[in-house]
Write a protein that binds this ligand. Structure first.
Ligand code: M6R
Length: 614
């Protein structure tokens, strides 16, 4: 949801800002802009509708000099994507330029007040209201910029990560955050700002994650000072990030999504590294060991998440209930936060989020915390807001996920949930030693099995071609495969724009079966497990109505091969681990259909990777 970059130091800012925007483009890509202060104290602002490359071509031959600057890539909330609504926004005097990620909820009231005071607006954004408000406060109260920013931020309601340049103070950037991420990179006599560490790691691995309602004053001569909205200075330890640049490149793949699908065997190894000891047949999640008393005393688990992470949560429910015999509820974070849920100190809330920045999940955590629940986070982005807002947790360690469609994060989340259920199940003694050992051993073999599945890539590509013209798809699965069906449908709709629905297979006859005819492709997860016979009957019902069945089956299954139109054969694994295998061909299917349709799979329309607004 919008990417922010800033630079101040001895180097030319523009190349650093543009490169940074490209790294953050997954956060939003409907318009982009940059503000640069040149040596003559001229504050140049350039903006363009479209991608960062459109911004670059629009400013060829313009003055892009300057060693201090801020830049933004937008995912529109208030106002259509157009040049006027792109950031940075000038204040009326054009003395200030501001970029913003978040939403100013009370912008309408503030705008009306400013208009009554003679302020004229160039855009329909909430962001322009904020920069005008800061200028209004500064001028009317005759105070310095920092004080004006503090007052303005105490007036606004909503979420923000902002950075401001001031023509009258050419050696300083002021930046602040609340509920939207902001990282300060600390180099040698230079500082960087960004929505996450990815634009910074090329220059320094030393970062500071700002907390809510903190303001960074970054001055070329006096360095970095962090204060809160009441101007109390705040001390922050500098942290070291361990991202490497290779993780941020496509490495020869045509799209990040395909690279990330193929990354999965090694990512899942990374996720399990140091946690699974195959020789000792043992799983250790340090967060569980450190907080075992609290976790074992839980009367109930509630998992909160959104989108793909919510699908992983459904698999987590099956695992935790089966291995730990504890009731688990799975909630959309966006519903949970407004539902007045029944919560107590006996509950453990598990928050799952790849980005660790999803606004609804963060709000759900805050609510649960306020009711005394213990919060366990499962995140990918190290140091993210959710990772910091939880009592404890486990990173999935699958490396940066750049493609907007989540792939390796999903399997990473499921892997962590499996390890969590195994560890707790053994501690609670609700899981037999035999089942524990069998599952640990099989989990350790999943990366190898994933490699075999990925060898089917060409087959899936060929198979996908006739479906490029489909208008609808149904995905069916039962038990552990039902959330995989939901995830397969989500993958297809978000990148190919084909309407797709996932259902528990047995639900089909309660309504969706009415949709089935010769034009309807139905993807059925029909692996050899406890549900096999039932799912086979569902396939027969579809075929009886001329539906086109694409079945995911276990290697060597001839029965379904004789009934289904197309089969994808997958290596056998334990039923509870099947999502780690069956989700891969569905990711590939969605990818190839979308590529065949000529869609931008890494940056699908209307979407953004990190949903930091409601
Ligand atoms: O970063 P999070 O896991 O909290 O994000 C949640 C959803 O926005 C995300 O999973 C979304 O559904 C993906 N784009 C799906 O591919």
């Amino acid at each position: 949801m919008c990417g922010i970059v800033g630079y101040i130091g001895p180097q030319q800012a523009y190349p650093i800002l543009i490169k940074g925007l490209k790294r953050l483009e997954y956060r939003g890509y409907d318009s982009a802009g940059v503000a640069l202060m040149n040596d003559n104290q001229i504050l140049n602002v350039y903006k363009a509708k479209g991608k960062v490359s459109d911004l670059e071509s629009s400013i060829e031959k313009k003055d892009i000099s300057g060693t201090i600057g801020i830049a933004h890539t937008r995912w529109a909330t208030h106002g259509e994507p157009c040049q006027a609504n792109a950031h940075p926004h000038y204040s009326s005097s054009e003395n200030l330029a501001l970029i913003h990620n978040g939403i100013i909820e009370n912008y309408a009231v503030l705008k009306e007040k400013l208009q009554k005071n003679g302020y004229v607006f160039q855009s329909t954004t909430d962001t322009e209201v904020l920069v005008q408000l800061i200028e209004y406060i500064r001028v009317s109260h005759e105070i310095d910029l920092l004080s004006a920013v503090q007052l303005a931020l105490r007036t606004v309601v909503g979420a923000y990560a902002i950075a401001i340049l001031d023509r009258n103070n050419p050696d300083e950037i002021i930046a602040a955050r609340k509920s939207s991420p902001l990282v300060v990179g600390v180099g040698d006599n230079e500082f960087f700002l960004a929505s996450d560490a990815t634009p910074i790691v090329e220059y320094t691995n030393k970062v500071i994650y700002l907390d809510d309602e903190e303001i960074a004053v970054i001055n070329r001569n006096t360095g970095l000072k962090i204060v809160n909205l009441k101007n109390v200075e705040v001390d922050h330890a500098i942290q070291t990030v361990s991202l490497n640049l290779g993780q941020l490149e496509k490495n020869g793949f045509p799209h990040f999504m395909l690279k990330e699908i193929f990354d999965q065997p090694s990512c899942i190894m990374d996720c399990m590294r140091g946690r699974i000891n195959v020789e000792a047949n043992n799983v250790v999640l340090s967060a569980v060991i450190d907080h075992s008393e609290r976790l074992l005393a839980a009367k109930r688990f509630i998992i909160v998440a959104c989108g793909t992470s919510w699908h992983a949560a459904l698999i987590g429910k099956n695992l935790l209930e089966s291995f730990c015999r504890i009731p688990v509820e799975v909630e959309y974070a966006s519903e949970f936060r407004y539902r007045d849920p029944i919560l107590s100190a006996d509950d453990v809330v598990i928050a799952i989020s790849q980005s660790g920045e999803t606004a609804d999940t963060l709000a759900a955590i805050e609510l649960a915390r306020s009711k005394g629940a213990f919060i366990y986070g499962i995140c990918n982005v190290v140091g993210s807001s959710i990772a910091r807002a939880t009592h404890t947790g486990s990173y999935i360690h699958v490396g940066p996920e750049i493609g907007v469609a989540s792939t390796k994060a999903f399997t990473g989340q499921v892997t962590v949930l499996t390890m969590l259920a195994l560890t707790l199940g053994r501690l609670k003694k609700t899981l037999s030693e035999e089942r524990y050992l069998e599952t640990v051993k099989e989990l350790a073999s999943i990366p190898e099995k994933m490699k075999h599945v990925l060898e089917l890539n060409e087959k899936v590509k060929e198979l996908s071609k006739p479906f490029t013209y489909a208008h609808n798809f149904i995905y069916l699965g039962r038990g552990y495969s039902y959330p995989v069906a939901l995830e397969g449908a989500l993958k297809l709709k978000e990148i190919s724009y084909i309407h797709a629905e996932g259902y528990p297979a047995a639900e089909m006859k309660h309504g969706p079966i009415a949709l089935i005819d010769a034009e309807m492709p139905v993807v059925v997860i029909a692996t050899k497990n406890g549900m096999y016979e039932k799912v086979l009957s569902n396939i027969q019902e579809i075929k009886a109505r001329q539906g086109k069945v694409i079945a995911l089956v276990t290697e060597g299954d001839e029965i379904i091969a004789n009934v289904a139109d197309l089969c994808i054969e997958l290596p056998k694994t334990l039923e509870c681990l099947e999502p780690l295998i069956t989700s891969l061909p569905l990711q590939l299917l969605a990818y190839h259909i979308a590529v065949c349709k000529g869609k931008n799979v890494d940056q699908p329309r209307n979407l953004a990777k990190s949903v930091t607004v409601e």
